[in-house]
Structures are given as C-alpha cells and as structure tokens.
Design a protein around this ligand. Structure first.
Ligand code: PMP
Length: 414
C-alpha cells in the first residue's frame, strides 16, 4: 500500500489498515504452536452423557444439555415431523413470512409454564437479549447490570446506548448503592442472570426485587441456566416465588430445551412492544421449524416429567459430595454447574488435556471470560458410575494442582 493517498485537496497520510490486527493477533497461534489449543473441538457425535471427540469416547461434563434431551426420540421425531411439514427453513423474519403456528404454540405453552402473560420467541438467546435491551432502553436511561452477567446482556446494554453501571456480583447492597446515586428523572432497568453460567450460583432475587421496587427500577432476569433446572424446570423466579415481581424473563432453548432459539416473557403490553421494536427479531430469520418443534417437544417432556430436573440437580449434588470427599476445591453452587478453580491459563489447559486422556470432557475457562477454572456441568442423563469416574479423574488431575490455591483457602471462585 502506498504511504500517501491522493485526495481532491492534495495528499493525506494513509490511514491505518484495520487488517493489520490479524497479524498482531497471536494468542491462538501461540497456543496451537505449544500444542495447547483447546477450542473449536470438532465433536464426532451428539452430546449426551458421553461425547466422541478426537477419536475417544468421553464422559460429557461440558454441555448445557441439563435434561439430556438432545437425543431423546420424542424430540428427534418432532424435529423430523416439523421439517417434513414446514420444510427446512422459514427463509425469513417472523414479521413477514417466517411466522408459523409452531412458533405461536411454543410461545403460548412457554408463557403458561413459566406463569407469565405472554412470550415472544426469537432465533437465539443471544439475539433475544440483544433485541430486548436495545428495544427497551434509550440513551437517556440507566441500565444496572451484575458484574458477571452474560456477554449477550452486556452487548444488549451497549447496543441500547443506555448509561451502563455495573454492580458487584450478586450483591443487592452494591446494587442499592448504585441506584441511590442516580438522578430521579432517569428510567432504570436492572439486569441479572437467574443462574450464573460460569459460577453456577443463583441470583439473590428476593433482595434484588426489593431494591428494584424501592428505587422504581424494572427488572430483567436472564434465566438461560435456570429454565429446566430450578423449581421443577420453571426457573429462578419460580424458585423464589417471585414470578410476578420480575418484569422480564429471557430464556434460551439451547440448554435444557435441547434446541436453538430464545424467548422473552413478560406482560402482554411489553411483549406487544418488543414484537414491533426488537430489531434482532424483525430483521433476522425465525427459528427453523425443526428447532421450534424440538423446543416444544422438550418443553412438553419437561412438563410431564418433573423428575428430570430433580435428577440433574441430584447428579450435581452427587458430584459435589464426591469432590468434597476427594479434597477437590469447587465453587459454591447448588445447580448443575460446578466450577473447579485453577491457577493460570497454561495449567488450566494442561489439566483439561489430561482429563481428556482420562476420558472426561470439561470446559477450560480463561480470563477475560472469568478467572481460570474448569467449568463442569451435569445432566439428568449421567449415570452414577460415570459421575464417580469423573470425580476420580478430578481427584487425580485437579486436586494436586489446586494446592497452589489453598493458602487463600476460598471455596468460591466468584
Ligand atoms: N444467556 C446466558 C446466561 C447464556 O449462558 C447464554 C449461552 N451461553 C445465552 C444467554 C445465549 O443463548 P444462546 O446460546 O441461545 O444464544
């Protein structure tokens, strides 16, 4: 490229080439060169209680398939049936040509199950959070968001242009301190996760709803990891008996409901507004017939079989007990997500590799996503034998490494 460009008024220095950042980005190549790259694993099977990866069958402790329904014959039959009937794609937005009776059935059944007046389904959970926040908030508003809230919530707040304030993780007193300082004449929305995806801890919703009500703030709870898990699958608000005091609940179908898609639930008024203002809904193709039918089938199974969420929780409790006995440090969670704190990026990846060799698949998580840890998760599909094997692997590979963390002797990774 030439150093100078001609313009009508003479010459200017050439602008920096935005493509130069490709060469400057070396983090992934460095890991590949060191034989430590853990991402984009090309799985060779579906994700049940086991998964095939790198030619090995591994116990799967890295999925969000909490109810184990991704391979359920009833879900697969529903997906096949919808594809036969409605085709492989809607080819457009729900707003115009992509709405089917299946989308509306899913909305009605989801709203009834979660105890909210109305629901609106979108193509992913990420798009749901983006669309809802950007449609609801203006740059004149304040949005108060938990420090550890999911990236899709952060991105939605940014897209909205609202003034964003983070408050300390799961700290209603910290939220109150931020709210106290806001001008009286500005709209405010509080944004939290129901169950935090990296910690597995549950939002202190009783305290958060109280503070929101005291300071006139609306409340949005992203219950991606609470749906299908807490309160017989009805989620975090139901777990605390607070469904009526949470203004908006967003969910995803990519975890317990064994599909792809998302939804927002709230008052009829709110949903009507979002239906006509959420750009990620209006300008993106709708959930495919197969995804919509899978989510609907999974929801019906969940409704009919409340023992599924109970089994997922009991399986995680079994692992927690095993970890305590084996001296493995774990984050303080009471959900199917159990983080195992680690120290340092390279060590985390090396342990992840050794766990794969022992037949266990977990997720290595590194900063800036969160402090280093192995994010592990358990489902209704795991057997006790599999879980015991997993605990043995953690005792052998994770516990010795955690000695470096013990002087701080915290069991919390938050
Ligand atoms: N919210 C939370 C808390 C999540 O964990 C995720 C997915 N990891 C999402 C939203 C996005 O959901 P989806 O995969 O449907 O885009």
């Amino acid at each position: 490229m030439t150093a100078e460009l001609g313009t009508k008024s003479g010459t200017v220095k050439s602008p920096p080439d935005i493509y130069s950042r490709f060469a400057a980005f070396t983090a992934a190549d460095d890991l590949i060169a060191a034989g430590l790259y853990p991402y984009f694993q090309a799985l060779q099977s579906g994700e049940g209680s086991t998964v095939r990866a790198g030619g090995r069958d591994l116990v799967m402790c890295g999925s969000n398939n909490y109810l184990g329904l991704t391979g359920d014959p009833r879900v697969l039959a529903a997906a096949r049936g919808a594809t036969e009937r409605y085709g492989s794609s809607s080819t457009g937005s729900r707003f115009l040509n992509g709405n089917t009776e299946l989308h509306e059935e899913l909305e009605a059944e989801l709203a009834a199950f979660l105890g909210k007046p109305a629901a609106l389904v979108m193509s992913t959970g990420y798009q749901t959070n983006l669309g809802v926040l950007a449609a609801l908030l203006t740059p004149r508003d304040y949005v108060l968001i938990d420090h550890d809230a999911h990236a899709s919530l952060v991105d939605g707040c940014r897209l909205s242009g609202a003034r964003m304030r983070k408050f300390p993780h799961n700290d209603a007193a910290g939220l109150r301190r931020v709210l106290e300082r806001l001008p009286d004449d500005a709209g405010r929305l509080v944004v939290v996760d129901g169950v935090y995806s990296m910690e597995g801890d549950i939002c202190d919703l009783p305290a958060v709803t109280r503070v929101c009500e005291e300071y006139g703030a609306r409340l949005l709870v992203d219950d991606a990891h609470g749906l299908g898990v807490l309160a017989g699958g009805r989620g975090t608000a139901a777990h605390f008996g607070l469904t009526d005091r949470v203004d908006l609940i967003t969910v995803t179908f990519s975890k317990s409901l064994a599909s792809l898609g998302g939804a927002v639930l709230g008052s009829r008024e709110a949903i009507h507004y979002l239906k006509h203002n959420a750009r990620s809904l209006m300008f993106s193709a709708s959930m495919t017939p197969s995804n919509t039918a899978s989510a609907l089938a999974a929801l019906r199974i969940l409704r009919a079989e409340p023992e599924l969420p109970a089994t997922a929780l009991a399986n995680a409790d079994h692992v927690r007990l095993g970890l305590t006995r084996a001296g493995v440090l774990a984050g303080e969670s009471s959900t199917p997500i159990i983080p195992l704190p680690t120290a340092g990026a390279t060590d985390t990846i090396r342990i992840w590799q050794r766990l794969v060799q022992r037949g266990v698949y977990v997720n290595p998580v590194l900063p800036p996503a969160a402090s280093p840890r192995l994010r592990t998760s358990y489902t209704a599909a795991h057997t006790v034998t599999q879980l015991d094997r997993v605990v043995d692997a953690f005792a052998a590979e994770v516990a010795p490494h955690q000695r470096a963390l013990r002087p701080a002797a915290s069991t919390s990774v938050a």
